[in-house]
Design a protein around this ligand. Structure first.
Ligand code: ATP
Ligand code: MG
Length: 219
């Protein structure tokens, strides 16, 4: 029996993936950074024209820039990484992804979902495997989430990755959370409701709850 927090600490961090783009990975990452006293890394950032995710995590988790690691790849257009890279005339090389280590657990935010291509051969799940981090899946709370979430979990497990749990984001849907947990054989770590405004104070108080959930003993 080990707590999720200690599994994260001993691995050096946690990988935050999602069932889709725009599901709330960045908000969940800010919560995890806050809950774990961690640092943040978005290894592949497309859509840099829109500013990227790092400044939002820095704002929400209230951390200074020493706790934000620069992306290995930044691409201009808001496309899937392999397409955005092509647009910028570059190719993503897996050897460039090395987990930064500054003495804190690193919260690594993926791009899109589990099988989003990075280059002609590799997808996001190859990066998770390469970094050997346990994984948290962020999913929408509402209709359609069960299939997307269970497919993502199945894919992660097939690769032998350590799946810590799911964060459901959106208006609370108890039935969906229960179904995901039962069929996915996974804890739902947090049901994150819509926050308005989305501000550091609220993130801090929810992070405290998430931290407590992750300190609990897990089989
Ligand atoms: N619980 C929430 N309450 C209020 N706003 C939210 C919440 N979750 C997400 N959002 C908003 O929804 C949008 C998408 O969320 P977010 O950026 O976290 O998604 P993402 O999965 O990180 O997307 P990407 O794939 O682009 O990295 C953002 O504008 C974010 O502020
Ligand atoms: Mg994001």
């Amino acid at each position: 029996m080990t707590s999720l927090a200690s599994r994260i600490t001993s691995a050096g961090g946690v990988f935050v993936t999602g069932t889709d783009t725009e599901v709330g990975k960045t908000v969940a990452s800010a919560l995890l950074v806050r809950a774990l006293g961690g640092s943040y890394w978005k290894p592949v950032q497309s859509g840099m024209a829109d500013g990227g995710d790092s400044p939002e995590v820095q704002r929400l988790a209230e951390i200074d820039e020493t706790r934000v690691h620069p992306p290995a790849y930044e691409m201009t257009q808001p496309l899937s990484p392999h397409q955005a890279a092509r647009g910028d005339g570059i190719e993503i090389n897996m050897a460039d992804f090395v987990l930064p280590d500054r003495g804190r657990p690193v919260v690594v935010e993926g791009a899109g979902g589990v099988l989003v291509p990075l280059n002609a051969e590799n997808t996001m799940i190859d990066l998770m495997d390469q970094l050997q981090l346990p994984v948290i899946v962020v999913a929408r709370s509402g209709l359609g989430t069960i299939n997307h979430t269970l497919l993502s979990l199945e894919s992660l497990r097939k690769r032998g990755l350590d799946v810590l749990g799911v964060i459901m984001n959106g208006p609370r849907n108890v039935a969906n959370a229960e179904t995901v947990s039962t069929f996915g054989k996974v804890p739902v770590l947090l049901e994150l409701e819509p926050l308005s405004p989305l501000e550091p104070r609220t993130i801090a108080s929810i992070a405290a709850r998430l931290g407590t959930a992750m300190e609990g003993e897990q089989p």
